[in-house]
Ligand binder design. Structure first.
Ligand code: ZN
Length: 198
C-alpha cells in the first residue's frame, strides 16, 4: 500500500519536489529507504548553509550506507566523478565543502533532537527489528521532521582529503598483464596478495 503525502506536494528538497525525490530513490536505490530520504533533507540543509564564496563544492559521506545515494541523487557529486568521497567512520553525517579551500558545513543526526521523533529514533538506533517497524509511519515522520533531527556546524577539511592526488603513471603488472599505478610497485596490488577473488 503506497502512502500519498498530499501536504508535501509543494515541498522541495534541494529544489527537487519531494515526490520526485522519493521516486528517484525508488529507481536508484531500489526501495524508499528511510536513510536516503533523511539523507536528502541533510543534503538540503547543508546546501542552504554553504559558504557563499563559490558554487563549486565537493561532498564527503562518513558512512557507506544510504547517504552516498542521497548525495548522488541531489547534487552533481558522485563517487565516479570523484566529487563524492566516503570516509567510513560509521557515522550518519555528511559535509559539503569548497573544493579549493576545504571550507564547508557538516550535517549530522543529533541524538538529542531524536527525543521528539520516536519513530526515527527507533529506526536510527535499531531499537526494534525492521519487521516490527511500520515503514510508512517512519517515512511520514521523516518527511515531517525534515532536518529538525540534524545538527549543522562549519568545518574546514584536511588538505589531504580535499586535494586531488596527481597520477604518477601506470605500469603493466608482469603477472596479470593489466595496468596498475606505478607507485604500487612491480606487481599490481591484486597479484601482491590483495585480490578479492578466490
Ligand atoms: Zn597483477
Amino acid at each position: 500500500m503506497q502512502m500519498d503525502y498530499p501536504r508535501l506536494r509543494k515541498k522541495r528538497v534541494c529544489s527537487v519536489a519531494v515526490e520526485e525525490f522519493v521516486q528517484r530513490i525508488k529507481d536508484f536505490h531500489g526501495a524508499p529507504a528511510p536513510g536516503v530520504v533523511l539523507g536528502g533533507y541533510m543534503v538540503d540543509l547543508a546546501y542552504r548553509h554553504l559558504p557563499p564564496e563559490g558554487s563549486l563544492f565537493d561532498a564527503l559521506s562518513e558512512t557507506f550506507s544510504c547517504l552516498p545515494d542521497a548525495i548522488q541523487l541531489l547534487t552533481p557529486c558522485s563517487i565516479g566523478n570523484g566529487w563524492l568521497k566516503i570516509l567510513d567512520l560509521g557515522k550518519f553525517a555528511l559535509s559539503l565543502y569548497n573544493k579549493n579551500n576545504g571550507n564547508g558545513v557538516r550535517v549530522f543526526v543529533d541524538p538529542e533532537k531524536l527525543a521528539s521523533f520516536l519513530e526515527i529514533k527507533t529506526w536510527f538506533f535499531k531499537l526494534k527489528p525492521k519487521k516490527e517497524q511500520d515503514l510508512d509511519v517512519l517515512l511520514e515522520e521523516i518527511h515531517t521532521a525534515r532536518s529538525q533531527v540534524c545538527g549543522i556546524t562549519p568545518v574546514k577539511l584536511r588538505p589531504e582529503i580535499f586535494t586531488s592526488r596527481r597520477r604518477a603513471g601506470f605500469s603493466i603488472c608482469p603477472i596479470c598483464r593489466e595496468s596498475h599505478p606505478a607507485p604500487d610497485g612491480n606487481c599490481c596490488r591484486a597479484c601482491s596478495g590483495e585480490t578479492p577473488y578466490l
